[in-house]
Design a binder for this molecule. Structure first.
Ligand code: GRF
Length: 191
């Protein structure tokens, strides 16, 4: 299954998806990485891993979110992409793109959804005094961070945790969970 990963920044989850997809028995392969931010650190990492790295900046499209998405979507279509994985892609999606990829677009979110959709998840988990934090891979639907859950991983919250320290612990869990959840997901896809 041909997968594209959409990023806006560091791309550490993207790197773990690419690496797992390069295993001989992997059910998917990352064929393209697309960033809406020129020079995002993840782009060089994708290239270093031998994956085509593309930039489609949103700025030139102004307020027309859908036009920006159509430009990305055209690149995906040209490359025969079948599944899209969001990995730190920091743009809200329009109903058009979500509808176009319904059932074929996944996201990773750094909380145990339905807890803490949106931003600042780790600070919110600490504020609430949660004993556990974690991450969720889910199908993308119109509501932000709302789609059906495909997999979750949990980590303990430890005494003295700051949002940064907790984020690092959750990130390590993300890097294990995402490739596994994506592999399970694509194996169940109908051809
Ligand atoms: C991750 O924490 C992910 O869960 C969230 O954005 C972050 C992206 O990090 N959606 P990276 O770019 O994969 O390192």
């Amino acid at each position: 299954v041909r997968v594209a990963v959409l990023i806006s920044g560091t791309g550490s989850n993207m790197v773990s998806l690419v690496a797992a997809g390069q295993a001989a028995d992997a059910p998917y392969e990352v064929v393209a990485v697309v960033s809406n931010i020129a020079g995002a650190a993840g782009l060089a990492k994708a290239q270093a891993a031998g994956v085509e790295a593309l930039t489609v900046e949103h700025r030139p499209f102004g307020k027309d979110r859908e036009a920006h998405e159509r430009a990305i979507d055209a690149l995906l279509a040209e490359r025969g992409v079948q599944v899209v994985a969001l990995a730190g892609y920091m743009r809200l999606l329009t109903p058009w793109l979500v509808g176009r990829w319904a059932g074929r677009m996944v996201n990773i979110h750094p909380s145990l959804l339905p807890l803490y959709p949106g931003l600042n998840t780790h600070a919110r988990a600490l504020e609430a005094g949660d004993a556990e934090a974690g991450c969720t891979v889910h199908l993308v639907t119109e509501g932000v961070d709302e789609g059906p859950v495909l997999g979750q991983a949990r980590v303990p919250v430890q005494a003295g945790d700051t949002p940064e320290i907790l984020a690092e612990r959750v990130k390590a869990a993300e890097h294990r969970l995402y490739p596994q959840a994506l592999a399970d997901f694509v194996r169940r896809l109908k051809p």
